[in-house]
Design a protein around this ligand. Structure first.
Ligand code: SF4
Ligand code: SF4
Length: 207
């Protein structure tokens, strides 16, 4: 059975806008990651696998692809953690894009310390780790009370779980939002082939 989350991941990214050599690399990585997730699903006791209608906090969905907060969800999460928005970005987030036009912020994964606060290179989209907020030892989300809406709609025991695009965090971002958070962000970093700009030094505007 094809994993629904991988289908969602594939729908999120438009490879047509990538340079051709990157397209083939990206597709190969996506295929490898899909196989990897099938293996991972065997070692996670998901609610769907166990056959109950309740989240088992197994973390598989937090491993497959960290959720994307909507722009208006970022400030409340920063406040919950006692951080400024810039501290939240520079300690827990990466900049990503699906179409090289609209850039958004999402959670980094564990072991992505080298790119936190920066643009994620396409090849790192498939890093094999949990979301940075997933507590692997205690199996829970460290921002559970304020977790993004996208996380709340994932119920793996339900058919078509998470397929409603209007609930995806990515759909709430427009091309101006990234500049609210990172006023010195350059939208030309992909064209310049500079995937890792320096961390932002400017304070975010009030969203
Ligand atoms: S919703 Fe996610 S964390 Fe909960 S049981 Fe299903 S895959 Fe695991
Ligand atoms: S923010 Fe929480 S719910 Fe969302 S992917 Fe990370 S650990 Fe999972």
């Amino acid at each position: 059975m094809k994993d629904p989350f991988i289908s969602i991941l594939n729908q999120k990214f438009n490879t047509d806008v990538m340079p051709r050599p990157e397209q083939s690399i990206w597709r190969r990585l996506a295929t490898e990651y899909e196989s990897h997730i099938v293996q991972e699903s065997q070692r996670h006791f998901t609610a769907a696998r166990v056959g109950i209608n309740q989240c088992m906090r197994c973390g598989l969905c937090c491993y497959q692809y960290p959720c994307i907060p909507r722009p208006e969800e970022i400030e409340p999460i920063a406040k919950y953690l006692g951080l400024t928005i810039l501290e939240l970005i520079n300690n827990y987030m990466v900049i990503d894009t699906a179409d090289c036009k609209t850039y958004f912020l999402r959670w980094a994964k564990h072991r992505e310390e080298d790119i936190i606060g920066k643009m994620i290179p396409p090849a790192r989209t498939f890093d094999r780790e949990y979301c940075i907020f997933y507590d692997k030892e205690n199996k829970h989300c460290l921002i559970h009370p304020v977790r993004p809406q996208e996380a709340k709609i994932v119920k793996c025991w339900r058919a078509n779980s998470g397929n409603d695009r209007s609930c995806w965090g990515i759909t709430a971002w427009n091309s101006d939002h990234i500049l609210y958070f990172l006023p010195d962000f350059s939208p030309h970093i992909l064209e310049d082939n500079k995937y890792v700009p320096p961390k932002s030094s400017m304070l975010p505007s009030k969203y």
